[in-house]
Design a protein around this ligand. Structure first.
Ligand code: ATP
Ligand code: MG
Length: 446
């Protein structure tokens, strides 16, 4: 079986039956409709890849059907298959978005080839849409900078494991470059001709995560007006990046585990098992062992993900990387902002090396970007950079608890930004919601 779902639309019953039999024998999943209206109904309630369409039919004919079909990658590809062919109808059908045009009597082998092509094309269009979305989010591919032993080790590991299909787990604090590493692995992989498709578990509700990941049937829940393809289907043959996997709800974790073990999944609201071949790269800023102990992460899933583990240390633990990164960002933002800032003042270098970088590389990047905006000379000086002074109490009293330190530090940053929370969250390298939660937790108010 090839899992391609074909809907045969023709008003002549014997023809439908013949074609259905022939195509089923060739491994297609087939269904039939006797005219355009019935076909449109069937399409909204099920999910066909290809429609074989007759043109002359009593109720809604083929051309009208094509006009009513949504010009959307989620609609099936249409192959017109008709006896009374004229050049005009052929041209018209192609204009209305038909994929190809064959005349009856058809040659089965030829028809099978065209169906397969139509199926492949539809898959490509769907992937292309994702790729475009992804590309518009990013500009040039970023380079991965670092010369510390940690990073060198990570890079050589990546070169070894990227061409394999094994699951990768990337850990690191916020802003350490987990997503960049995921993209790098994907670029070096055999699957790089297909897009890297991402799902972030921390930004979606439990119920949305499952339907994003595995799709849903029409009517699976309120507002499920259409069949939705899950990301595992869209990523079939490619790679899926599961960001913030530590935030994935337990119920979805169970389904993910099943998928990882067998490649099998079900859309929400369906009891039909589907298959997809997907490489998983997962990332988290949590320590999954602790989440396992706490009961918020499945132990079996943890072991299943933990095949190849890449831990990116915080920037403060790999000080050798600070200046190369700073210089890299200096060039990047000079180019982007059409400036000529090429060097770092020695005081800036010193302060960068001393600083704790709680927001890691992202914080460094933000500091440099802002500096380049402010700087009108060739050298970035201390007056252009705004990293908060390290709280004195913290350096004098090493017995401060982690929470106290965090509270103290957040307070410093807020004072520094005159309580501008957007700016503060950028410096801290966390999002505004996280900052808000921390303010509440520590009882911090202006
Ligand atoms: N080694 C590096 N070389 C160049 N740029 C880097 C490096 N590490 C991180 N960056 C840059 O720092 C920023 C943050 O990196 P990224 O988004 O990959 O972090 P993350 O670990 O996924 O963070 P979060 O946990 O907040 O999602 C990005 O702009 C990324 O390009
Ligand atoms: Mg990330």
């Amino acid at each position: 079986m090839n899992n391609i779902k074909v809907l045969i639309v023709d008003d002549e019953e014997p023809f439908r039956r013949l074609l259905k039999n022939e195509l089923s024998r060739k491994g297609f999943i087939t269904d039939t409709a006797e005219d355009g209206n019935v076909a449109l109904d069937k399409i909204t309630s099920s999910d066909y890849d290809v429609v074989l369409l007759d043109i002359v039919m009593p109720e809604l004919d083929g051309l009208e059907f094509l006009r009513k079909l949504r010009p959307d990658p989620s609609s099936p590809s249409v192959i017109v298959l008709t006896g009374r062919a004229t050049i005009d109808t052929a041209v018209e059908a192609m204009k209305q978005g038909a994929f190809d045009y064959l005349t009856k009597p058809y040659r089965l082998e030829e028809l099978v080839v065209v169906i397969n092509k139509a199926f492949e094309q539809r898959k490509l269009i769907k992937e292309h849409r994702f790729l475009k979305d992804e590309l518009s989010k990013r500009e040039l591919p970023d380079r991965f900078i670092g010369r510390s032993p940690h990073i060198k080790e990570i890079l050589s590991l990546i070169e070894k494991i990227s061409p394999t299909d094994s699951t990768v787990l990337i850990e690191g604090e916020s802003g350490t470059g987990k997503e960049l590493i995921a993209r790098y692995i994907w670029q070096l992989s055999k699957r790089n001709s297909k897009p890297l498709i991402a799902l972030n578990s921390s930004t979606l509700s439990e119920h949305l995560i499952e339907s994003e990941l595995f799709g849903h049937e029409k009517g699976a829940f309120t507002n499920a007006f259409q069949v939705k393809h899950g990301l595992v289907e869209i990523a079939d043959g490619g790679t899926l990046f599961l960001d913030e996997i530590g935030d994935m709800p337990l119920q979805v974790q169970a389904k993910l585990l099943r998928f990882l073990d067998s490649g099998e999944f079900r859309r929400v609201g369906s009891n039909k098992t589907l298959m997809a071949d997907v490489r998983i790269i997962a990332a988290t800023n949590k320590t999954l062992e602790l989440e396992v102990e706490r009961g918020s992460f499945r132990e079996d899933l943890f072991y299943r993900l933990n095949v190849i583990r890449i831990h990116i240390p915080p920037l403060r633990d790999r000080k050798e990387d600070i200046l190369p990164l700073a210089e890299y960002f200096l060039e990047k933002y000079s180019r982007k902002l059409s400036k000529k800032v090429h060097t770092l003042h020695s005081v800036v270098k010193e302060r960068f090396l001393e600083y704790h970088w709680p927001g890691n590389v992202r914080e460094l990047e933000n500091v440099i970007e802002r500096g380049v905006i402010l700087c009108d000379t060739e050298e970035l000086g201390p007056e252009h950079i705004s990293i908060p002074e390290i709280p004195h109490s913290a350096s004098k009293k090493p017995l401060l608890s982690l929470d106290e330190l965090e509270r103290e530090y957040i307070l410093q940053v807020l004072k520094h930004t005159q309580w501008n929370q957007t700016q503060a969250s950028r410096i801290l390298g966390i999002d505004r919601k996280t900052l808000y939660l921390k303010l509440k937790r520590y009882g911090l108010k202006k």
